[in-house]
Design a protein around this ligand. Sequence first.
Ligand SMILES: Nc1ncnc2c1ncn2[C@@H]1O[C@H](COP(=O)(O)OP(=O)(O)OP(=O)(O)O)[C@@H](O)[C@H]1O
Ligand SMILES: [Mg+2]
Length: 306
Amino acid sequence: MVDTIDAVGRDRETELLLAALDGGTHIVLEGPPGTGKSTLLRAVAHSRSVGFHFVEGNAELTPARLVGHFDPARVLADGYVEEIFVDGPLVSALREGGLLYIEELNRVPEETLNVLITVMSEGELHVPRLGRVPAEPGFRMVAAMNPYDAVGTARISAALHDRTCRIAMGYQSAADEETIVERRAPVTPDGWRGRAVELVRRTREHDDVRTGSSVRGAIDLARIAVSLGAARDRPVDDWHVGLDAATVSLSGRIKVIESSRRTPEQVVRELYEAVFGPEPSSDDDGSGDGDASGGARARPARAAQG
Ligand SMILES: Nc1ncnc2c1ncn2[C@@H]1O[C@H](COP(=O)(O)OP(=O)(O)OP(=O)(O)O)[C@@H](O)[C@H]1O
Ligand SMILES: [Mg+2]
């Protein structure tokens, strides 16, 4: 995943993040999945050539994992001496004056959050038997969180919010999403790529959908359309190739509201027809018949061609 250095667009967020880091503050980047939070931070960390310590926030992120531990095999022989302490990402970032980047902050257990709060308030960490680890200049914590994540968002305490600044990340513009798809997927026809992005963007506004797809869905749609077109010996912008690629790439990503009677496949097909037009009646050619559309596709009888 660490393959992007340049963030497409995001000039304002980049400027704000740099200013916040230069100002000495800790930051929370808040936005739905796929809005480029990790990409932005990697680009900024790279442009600064500062040490960058990445931590995935989940239930297993205990204080010991974040801070570090004494090598148990050597404690017996050597005792609790500094040399055998294995630095965790927090201690490494403090010692280097680097960036500690925490993904999915809302999934971090309470006791680990408390360690972070202490470090932010005091500018140092006390580790039992190791002692005091002061933050070298430049140490910052940057965390990312999805405000709609059902897991633990409410748990992020006022104490933590009061010690951090916040940059909200919304979805990218349509033009930026097109450029991102262009960079992340093989070549697709220009007009087609714009419509693929339009389709993905419409999943975020559909009445029956609670959560739409991020640009990740558009990247996968383009990737699959290219390989499926090749497999069927059809152009990338073939209507059926596009529908099957859209169904595979988007139906699992969109979450339909509980009260809706419609399946994600039906929603994808409806949006696909709205953007790419209704199913053409005369281009049936018997190309690959893997029905990825969950049976929603009604192919016209060959005899109907005229
Ligand atoms: N501004 C951007 N420039 C370049 N690529 C981007 C940009 N925004 C998103 N992407 C691409 O979209 C995908 C998702 O981006 P990224 O991982 O940065 O999102 P995120 O906000 O960190 O998501 P999550 O909340 O799921 O961690 C990646 O493949 C990334 O390369
Ligand atoms: Mg991320």
